[in-house]
Design a protein around this ligand. Structure first.
Ligand SMILES: [Fe+2]
Ligand SMILES: [Fe+2]
Length: 380
């Protein structure tokens, strides 16, 4: 039945598409008021479980209670958002809503984080429209923003669009005595030229992760040289934080949860007393320690991956298997308190569940102290 003939009666589909159009129209406007309106509408439906306060980045007791007596207390906090996998707006708005929720989370932190870090895979298939949409949403982040590349952002045009929006993919910065390094760690050997693949075929092959045609991720010789140069003047006592989209260790090759030259990168980082690596890509709570290097995986805003069938690091506290009927369960964002000694307390802000804190003492003691409180809700 044509709705024009029956004014006032709209089908569910018509209402859905009207709401969707309104959402995307509002997104075009970058002013704060319309952003708040659309983001509130985007996640208004999920607050009903009575578990998680609206902005769950409150100090968590374990993160603060064990400060060394007489030690400097000047820690600082940054927040993260990662792996939003935005499709073109005409195809999928669910992931748009999730990114809006994350942006609203970090904007709601009080006090505000010193900066917000975006962990890569902003786009799903590296399309210019996907990256532009992501950049447009991320402009609403109130704190200073740093952005990293993921493979889904890169392999359609080999970074052309991403660079025009966000700059160089490898860079570093210093903040309150800590040296931060951002890597391009999804470099693959050319598997496309010999096969005569189009840019879209190349992108889809990389996005497949487990189709066996792509190469493994690397930082690559150029990237490792860049890293060595960047760290050359730093003393071994400088706390180092590395952001890498791929995990920087070898977890599970068939899914490309893997960095092929991980040992060589770790060797460059070995002379430092304390190094923390944060990575995206794996879409799950993942914790590891190799010598002086602590590793933390970021949650995704789009979907949680299952855990790899083998190779899971011993220190990982597994999140519960998400509810398949709740599209945001198992997703989330987070924040990290960086302490003067370079050790980090990480709050994994699992949406629709209680946040989980992975304390620095848990990792420093190789899991003997302060085992994180695991989510108490059932798995599905
Ligand atoms: Fe991802
Ligand atoms: Fe990824």
């Amino acid at each position: 039945m044509d709705n024009k003939k029956r004014p006032g009666i709209k089908s569910i589909e018509t209402k859905h598409f009207e709401e969707r159009d309104a959402l995307f129209r509002a997104l075009k406007s970058l002013d704060r008021r319309s952003f708040l309106k659309v983001s509130a509408a985007a996640f208004g439906a999920v607050a009903g479980q009575g578990l998680v306060p609206p902005h769950s980045f409150q100090p968590v007791s374990i993160a603060r209670a064990d400060m060394p007596k007489g030690g400097k207390s000047e820690s600082f906090r940054f927040a993260y958002i990662s792996d939003s996998h935005l499709y073109d707006r005409k195809i999928n708005d669910r992931f748009v809503n999730s990114l809006l929720r994350a942006v609203d989370d970090v904007n709601g932190m009080d006090p505000q984080p010193d900066f917000v870090f975006y962990g890569g895979d902003l786009a799903q298939l590296g399309q210019p429209a996907e990256l532009e949409l992501g950049a447009q949403i991320l402009k609403n982040v109130k704190a200073p923003l740093h952005v990293m590349v993921g493979e889904h952002d890169w392999y359609f045009d080999l970074g052309e669009k991403w660079k025009s929006l966000f700059g160089q993919p490898m860079y570093s910065f210093d903040h309150k005595g800590v040296h931060f390094v951002v890597l391009l760690s999804v470099v693959e050997k050319d598997f496309w030229t010999a096969r005569g693949l189009t840019p879209m075929q190349r992108m889809r092959t990389v996005a497949g992760l487990d189709n066996g045609q792509q190469s493994s991720f690397t930082v690559g010789p150029e990237g490792r040289q860049w890293l060595e140069n960047d760290l050359k003047t730093k003393s071994p006592d400088t706390p180092i934080v590395v952001f890498s989209h791929s995990p920087l260790y070898k977890l599970y090759k068939p899914w490309n949860f893997w960095t092929d030259d991980a040992e060589e990168v770790q060797a460059i980082l070995r002379r430092f007393r304390q190094v923390v690596v944060f990575h995206g890509h794996t879409h799950q709570m993942l914790t590891n320690r190799i010598g002086n290097i602590h590793f933390h995986g970021f949650l995704s805003t789009a979907w949680p991956w299952p855990y790899a069938p083998q190779g899971l690091p011993e220190l990982t506290v597994q999140m519960a298997r998400p509810d398949p009927f709740d599209p945001q369960d198992g997703c989330g964002d987070g924040s990290a308190d960086v302490h003067p000694d370079g050790l980090v307390d990480l709050v994994q802000n699992l949406w629709n569940r209680n946040p989980v804190t992975i304390s620095r003492t848990y990792l420093a003691s190789y899991g003997k102290a302060d085992k994180p409180q695991v989510p108490t809700l059932k798995s599905y």
